[in-house]
Design a protein around this ligand. Sequence first.
Ligand code: ZN
Length: 280
Amino acid sequence: MRNLKEHFQDCCINTATLGFREPIGLVADRVAAAGFSKITPWRQEIDENKPSKAAFEIRSAGLAVSSYCRTTYLTASSEVERLKSIDSNRRALEVAATLGASTYVAVVGGLSDQSKDIEQCRAQILKGLADLIPTVEQTGVKILLEPLHPFYAADRSLLNTLSQAIDWCQTLDPEGNCFGIALDVYHVWWDPDLRKSLLKSGKLIQSFHVCDWRRNTQEPLLDRMMMGDGVIDIPRIRASVESLGYAGPVEVEIFSREHWWKEDPDQVLKICKERLESVC
Ligand code: ZN
């Protein structure tokens, strides 16, 4: 497993960690000043009509863009709405390319409004992802499917395990040119089949996200913990992933409305760096 002190250039900050409080140019300056060389921004931070401005600011800070977050949900209750989502995701792939990101993260969507038909919604997601393939080929930006903890199945993602993500990648793209997987310890640490699935993942995992899970969490969306403060054995999962050849970014992604989003951003970044080097 990589020593992250020696390989700190492989570490990345997902801007969700800082709570979206400041413009992307300032965020990029802070991330660079903290010693990082990679950043993953979110769409809400970028003017998608004029992404070259943000691209310039991030580049000027000395940072490379790792991934771009994230898809408009691919489930929809009407065809018009579905096509709108496809359009939005096509646009985001183009923006990702302008930013210099090689990957676009997919949070695929939960049940569409009023629906209880989980199979139909899953089929709709697969169709939507397939519809994006021409844009992936044209932009050269891969889509990374991120399985989310099953807690989010109803409202955010009907893709919930690594095994399912591998199946979907193989179904959509047997050659592995257009899709990969973003593996987030927060979403997969509990999975009894994680190790077994990792052995089947080949080269599909292309992004690795870290944070921690609060033992008695009441609110899994915005109550993530700093690495080392919760129950996830991060080094064990990372060792597993890296023993299979993973050498991509280790990305900090902490949604923490009541704690880290209220702290001084420079302090948060300093602690992220320390924890990456000591407990991940
Ligand atoms: Zn993630």
